[in-house]
Design a protein around this ligand. Sequence first.
Ligand SMILES: C[S@@+](CC[C@H](N)C(=O)[O-])C[C@H]1O[C@@H](n2cnc3c(N)ncnc32)[C@H](O)[C@@H]1O
Length: 335
Amino acid sequence: MEKEQSNNSDAFETLAQLTSGYCVARCLHVITELGVADVLESSPRTAPDLANAVGVSPDALGRMMRLLATFGVFQQEGEAFKHSPVSELLRSSHPQSMQPFVRLFGLPVYWNIYEKLTYSLQTGRPAAEKVVPEGLWDYFGAHPEDNKIFNAAMATKAVGQVAGVMAAYDFSGFKTIADIGGGRGHLLKAVLAATPTAKGLLFDLPHVVAEAAGLASERLSLQAGDFFKDPLPVADAYLVMEIIHDWADEEALMILQAIRQAAPAHAKLLLVEQLIPDAPGPHWSKMLDIHMLTLLGGRQRNLQEYQNLLAQAGFQLEREIQTFAGVSILEAVCV
Ligand SMILES: C[S@@+](CC[C@H](N)C(=O)[O-])C[C@H]1O[C@@H](n2cnc3c(N)ncnc32)[C@H](O)[C@@H]1O
């Protein structure tokens, strides 16, 4: 009987925490937006001191930081707060700063979309349709401030992924490497730095390529375009990192077919994605999957699902190369 009671109280606590998950997320967003992690340097500071520095209510800031500290974001020491390994990553100067990533998930447009989540549940379609009928990519194209945050967030989330890909794959056999939907070029830049004999081509939408203009060089060219409409570059290897997961099967297939059409017979396709594992336990890919459904109508896939998509587009999956960064490289050849 006693055991049952304690189980029930665990269950109550679990649901109470989960149902208020947005409270923690919002505290994290607003405190990050305010730059508290930048103001808090190496020595502990009290909430009134920090509040004074950023111009907010000392009481409210202290209570929000106290909550975040229970999740390991900041550490509380009496009346003062200091950095934890997690909050260090909120500093804009940290080489692996996740500040833009947190700011992205705190954007009002994301919250407005999540308010319509029932629409996704009822229809299987992105709730974004109810808020930004033009689609999220066009939305970012028309909202430069949000676009900057999105592109910075992609660069941020890619820091570890790029290191993982570079440690796992040898690009030296390729003369030309195209990065399709390569954002600001973070992956291609690293690949070219490690492969001095190769030239690279960055393909993305015009408002994204414009942000990468500074990268253009004799070895790295930029091509602005839409992979649903415009011809794709000819290359020996095609890098496609976290692009296919943005799309439902029909569009994913169109992108893969467009690459197949441009690719010479000897070319290799390298999809970089976080696969849904078979194990039922917690995994970031399962949360990312719901973000994909809600924001874009895309999905995270397992290995078999990728293999099927690739086969339909005229590619054969040769091998999955796991990286230390949670993403896998799916290497495919033309058939
Ligand atoms: C999730 S981001 C991935 C960026 C980068 N590959 C990475 O993993 O960091 C998706 C990218 O696809 C680009 N994109 C979306 N629609 C596109 C289209 N129709 N044609 C070309 N690029 C597109 C976006 O601009 C964005 O840079």
